[in-house]
Design a protein around this ligand. Structure first.
Ligand SMILES: Cc1cc2nc3c(=O)[nH]c(=O)nc-3n(C[C@H](O)[C@H](O)[C@H](O)COP(=O)(O)OP(=O)(O)OC[C@H]3O[C@@H](n4cnc5c(N)ncnc54)[C@H](O)[C@@H]3O)c2cc1C
Length: 377
């Protein structure tokens, strides 16, 4: 019996399911860790007792919003941890050239600009951790010092304040037939969360983007075969060495120009996927136990699945904040594209990060006014 920790819908769809999946051979002790009715304790029991880390500020998302906030909070001597799913998949990371960020040469790629922002924050003391956040929590008990909790597959971060900065690249296409039905029972959006449950099993990865490539590569460590399915030939990705490395793996089969039609299963979970290859009459059924789907990267919905109902949302799915970037929950802030405003620009995301940092510094210190990051001498 294996469990999925990443039942959340990558596009900001249904919340995490934490449903048991099959494959008894995969994890010998798993049956004793079966979750009951989704309680917090049982969810934690599903994981191998993750490391617990305490900090002043936890920032979810390492785009320009999150990294600017980290720059300010670490400069203000607040112990800051940024938890970022993947530095290659956010809106800035995939932008080929940034022609309108003040002071930056128009030849600079989004990725280069983001690397500089990350380095700057890390140089000031921020800790950058690469991990997918699948759940957050807030303890309203006044006496609780580390009242915000961020859950990742390997670590639980306990923080005095929390910043949400996961952007708006969430998937906007409809789920595939069977996808929602088997979510958490073989369908996953996070190989690093769930990959180990598929030791010696066949899995598929659907997606024509770098995130899919990296996640498929991670799965090669566990799965007997990783079927990588791409709608079209991944031409634009081909220049990236990661793709050549992936295709060169003995246990990878690439299904190019193949449409994912359906995720199939039974009471035990996913049993296969139906794909239609171009210029082939009949669809193929690939027998897999795990279907990892990455069809975001081009979507335009705020990524909020891991938040569940912890903060207030606007009708358009953006997180509601006040002028200090604070959400409906004290000590939780939201910045950048996750707010889903009409001003989705790097300079605005960075400015949001600055406002949140100064506001949360005020919140944590109990000061009446914000403290400026500069002084006239
Ligand atoms: C194609 C394109 C071109 C653009 N061109 C320009 C331009 O020229 N000029 C300009 O000013 N703006 C441009 N923009 C807009 C700009 O890139 C965004 O407004 C800006 O990047 C938003 O920053 P952000 O930090 O909110 O989100 P993002 O940059 O999207 O970063 C979000 C981060 O959160 C991480 N994340 C997501 N989910 C999780 C999770 N569950 N756990 C942990 N981490 C997670 C992601 O990996 C990512 O690193 C462009 C956008 C696109 C899509």
């Amino acid at each position: 019996m294996a469990f999925s920790t990443s039942g959340g819908f990558a596009a900001g769809g249904p919340a995490s399911s934490f449903v048991a999946h099959r494959s008894d051979r995969v994890r010998p002790n798993a049956s004793t860790r079966r979750p009951t009715a989704g309680s917090r304790v049982s969810r934690l029991q599903m994981m191998d007792m993750p490391e617990v880390v305490e900090c002043d500020v936890a920032i979810v998302g390492g785009g320009p919003a999150g990294m600017t906030c980290a720059l300010y909070t670490s400069r203000a001597d607040l112990k800051t941890i940024v938890i970022d799913k993947n530095p290659n998949v956010g809106a800035l990371a995939i932008t080929s050239h940034i022609a309108n960020y003040p002071g930056v040469d128009k030849a600079m790629t989004g990725q280069e600009l983001l690397e500089q922002m990350t380095k700057q924050a890390v140089d000031y003391g921020a800790e950058y951790r690469r991990a997918q956040v699948f759940m957050i929590d807030s303890d309203d008990d006044e006496g609780e010092k580390y009242s915000k909790t961020v859950y990742t597959p390997d670590a639980t971060i306990k923080a005095r304040s929390l910043v949400l900065a996961t952007g708006a690249m969430g998937r906007s296409t409809a789920p595939f037939p069977g996808e929602e039905k088997y979510l958490g029972q073989g369908v996953s959006y996070c190989a690093t969360c769930d990959g180990a449950f598929y030791r010696d099993a066949e899995v598929c990865v659907f997606g024509n983007n770098l995130e899919a490539v990296e996640e498929a590569m991670f799965l090669t460590k566990f799965a007997s075969t990783v079927h990588w399915i791409t709608n079209s030939e991944p031409k634009f990705l081909m220049k990236d060495a990661k793709v050549t490395d992936l295709i060169g793996c003995d246990n990878v089969k690439h299904w190019t120009k193949s449409r994912l039609l359906e995720v199939e299963g039974d009471v035990s979970g996913v049993t296969g996927v139906k794909v239609q290859q171009r210029n082939v009459d009949e669809p193929d059924i690939i027998p897999v136990e795990g279907a990892f789907i990455y069809s975001a990267g081009g979507g335009n919905k705020p990524i909020t699945d891991f938040i569940q109902n912890k903060v207030e949302f606007k009708e358009d799915g953006g997180v509601v904040v006040d002028e200090n970037m604070e959400t409906s929950v004290k000590g939780i802030f939201a910045i950048g594209d996750i707010r889903n405003t009409s001003f989705k620009q790097v300079v605005v995301a960075a400015a949001d990060g600055c406002i949140a940092a100064m506001s949360l510094d005020k919140y944590l210190s109990g000061r009446k006014d914000v403290k400026l990051d500069w002084v006239h001498k």
